[in-house]
Design a protein around this ligand. Sequence first.
Ligand code: ATP
Ligand code: MG
Length: 228
Amino acid sequence: MSSTAVARLDRMPTGIPGLDNIMQGGLMRGDVHLLTGGPGTGKTILASRIAYNAIANSGETVVYATFEESTDFFKRNLARLGTNFTNMEKEGRIKIIDLEILRGKGLESNIAYLLDIVGKAKATMLTIDSLTALLLACETQFEQRTFMKTVYKSLKAREVTTLMTVSLNEDGRIGPEGFLSDSVMFLENWIDKNQFKTRFIIQKMRGTDHSRRYHSLTLGPDISISRF
Ligand SMILES: Nc1ncnc2c1ncn2[C@@H]1O[C@H](COP(=O)(O)OP(=O)(O)OP(=O)(O)O)[C@@H](O)[C@H]1O
Ligand SMILES: [Mg+2]
């Protein structure tokens, strides 16, 4: 496994200690990345910190689409963990949008709405938390696949770096969105000596010589990835 010390233009560093060096410097720019895992594995905490670091360290402009209870609740919760978007939001470097308002609307208008906001904000990064909630608007697997294809193509054409969280159910299997994305990162809760822990593995990452081993994920204000 090679690592990269020098920042590369085609990569957007996540800024998460221990993560960039296991994926050749960061997320491939312009690609569609999935962060998958079961309930409470830290998808939101990790995805939001990556977005925060992208703004703070790489000057990205982010659209963060959330299905959490309310955007205020979402922001308060994250601020407690040191991911405070208040100033960034005032400065127009992040736009946090509540996807709840799209519930019940047609699929086409959902896509159009999201892409319109990305365009208007001139966003270089889009986070969808979660894609699973968005896909609930699709009635059939066929419709989901079509939706994913459309979103994938539109986002790639716009050269936006996209990070979407995906909630997995008990069987842990990912749907067609896994094939229709450039990378899949997987979070999993497990029990080690009566202790609840979370591990992280990169399942695929196109064009990247990435680590193929499990790493330990530490949540909280000092979020990090480390070797077991
Ligand atoms: N301050 C904290 N310090 C350490 N761990 C925390 C802290 N706050 C939350 N956690 C851990 O993070 C987990 C929730 O993380 P998060 O909300 O990112 O999960 P998620 O995968 O997005 O969940 P969901 O499937 O509900 O969307 C909690 O279950 C808890 O274990
Ligand atoms: Mg979440």
